[in-house]
Design a protein around this ligand. Structure first.
Ligand code: FAD
Length: 384
């Protein structure tokens, strides 16, 4: 085990908070799950980390696409640590692993429209970390009638699961998993992240990439930023993950669904390099999900299954080998902030995420990298 402690150059301003982080453990076994506070340093050895002294220390909350893009772009100009509440990276680009199958239960695919996103992904595309998902996309109406949907943009997915992309982009970054940040305390230049294993800090800057309502709760923003955050609207989404018996016939690979309960259905096994076992991912409609957020999960599952049965009666729903339900409290962006990030340079806090620009993986990337570029130019002035 290797222990790392904070490189404390500035005096600890907040007298109640110790300047020493809890012991951190170097680990590569992300996939097996780490205990709270264990660190994944990727390819960044301890010795290199010490050479980062003199650079601003930055804590990023969240290891989804925006947080990882931000950290990756900032890594040459700052000493960055990501704090992630889940066991793994990726955020809503999520993959659920079950003994019998895997399911991408968050983002289903992404498109690449902006040249900056294209450039950033060239290398991972070459390595096969992302691949195109070429299956035909259908559209199902409320009566169950299906027609082929013409979509011209190539659809990309992580391989062998959606999380692969964030994991590849985070290679070499310091990421603390299974560590929910409970609050941010202190003052500019000496921020502390409070967690179940104690305070981490001091950090010069703290940046949240959590969904807008969670960022609003966590971050000590002033009135203007609070008001801007309050205007952002995010919807919930329920997701069913269904394992069907081997050989089960499906009338589609994937379909958008125009229905009051269901909005999307896909055979996860139609994506590249997945387990061939027939698996379905079903998303509920956002408005319906919001209205059912507090309904018992069994009732939500049954209502979604009933809708599926009516829409696709030829599928053997009764023979399903397993059915799981996931509730996304903040799944999609209904009303974005309308600017790429929030930045309070005086207090040295900021926020980014898909909720700044729109409801897409690419929006998360663009928000994270735009914030990184804005911070880089600030650091160049302050730390030169
Ligand atoms: C069901 C569903 C379907 C979708 N379908 C698509 C699609 O087909 N195409 C598409 O482009 N987009 C899709 N999206 C949207 C896409 O997933 C998001 O736009 C993108 O992944 C958001 O990335 P992000 O980094 O902004 O946020 P997130 O991925 O949410 O990352 C935020 C991270 O912060 C962490 N976090 C939150 N609070 C704390 C805390 N207190 N302490 C530590 N960590 C914390 C979270 O665990 C998370 O990992 C879908 C989303 C969902 C949920």
């Amino acid at each position: 085990m290797t222990h790392a402690k904070a490189d404390t150059e500035k005096p600890v301003a907040h007298k109640d908070l110790p300047g020493l982080q809890p012991p951190l453990q170097l680990a590569q076994e992300m996939e097996t799950g780490l205990g709270a506070g264990q660190i994944l340093f990727g390819a960044l050895p301890q010795i290199e980390r010490k050479q980062l002294m003199g650079q601003p220390k930055i804590a990023i909350i969240g290891a989804g696409m925006s947080g990882v893009s931000l950290a990756r772009t900032l890594a040459s100009a700052a000493d960055v640590t990501i704090f992630e509440k889940s066991r793994g990276l990726g955020g809503r680009m999520a993959t659920r692993r079950r003994p019998e199958a895997t399911f991408d239960h968050g983002a289903q695919y992404f498109t690449i429209r902006d040249p900056r996103f294209h450039t950033a992904l060239e290398e991972v595309l070459e390595r096969g970390v992302i691949q195109t998902w070429d299956a035909s996309l259908m559209e199902t109406d409320a009566s169950g009638a299906m027609k082929r949907l013409e979509d011209r943009s190539p659809r990309f997915v992580g391989v062998p699961g959606m999380t692969a992309l964030s994991r590849a982009l985070a290679d070499g970054l310091a990421v603390l998993c299974s560590l929910p940040v409970q609050s941010v305390e202190g003052e500019p230049g000496a921020w502390y992240l409070m967690t179940q294993t104690g305070p981490f800090g001091p950090f010069d800057w703290v940046i949240s990439s959590a969904p807008a309502p969670q960022t609003a709760k966590l971050m000590p923003f002033d009135q203007n930023e609070r008001e801007a955050l309050a205007k952002v609207e995010m919807n919930g989404c329920f997701t069913l993950m269904i394992r069907l018996p081997d050989g089960a016939a499906l009338p589609f690979a994937a379909s958008r669904v125009d229905h009051p309960v269901i909005s999307w259905i896909a055979a996860n096994n139609s994506k590249p390099d997945r387990d061939p076992a027939p698996t379905l991912v079903v998303h509920a409609e956002n408005g319906w999900s919001d209205r059912h957020l507090e309904v018992p999960p069994e009732a939500v599952r049954d209502l979604m299954l009933e809708a599926c049965q009516n829409l696709y009666p030829t599928i053997g729903w009764q023979e399903a080998l397993s059915i799981d339900l996931h509730r996304w409290r903040y799944a999609n962006v209904a009303r974005p902030l309308g600017q790429p990030f929030l930045l309070d340079a005086g207090r040295q806090i900021a926020a980014c995420g898909d909720w700044c620009l729109g409801n897409r993986v690419e929006a998360a990337f663009l928000s994270g990298t735009a914030l990184a570029e804005a911070l880089q130019s600030k650091f160049a002035k302050v730390f030169s």
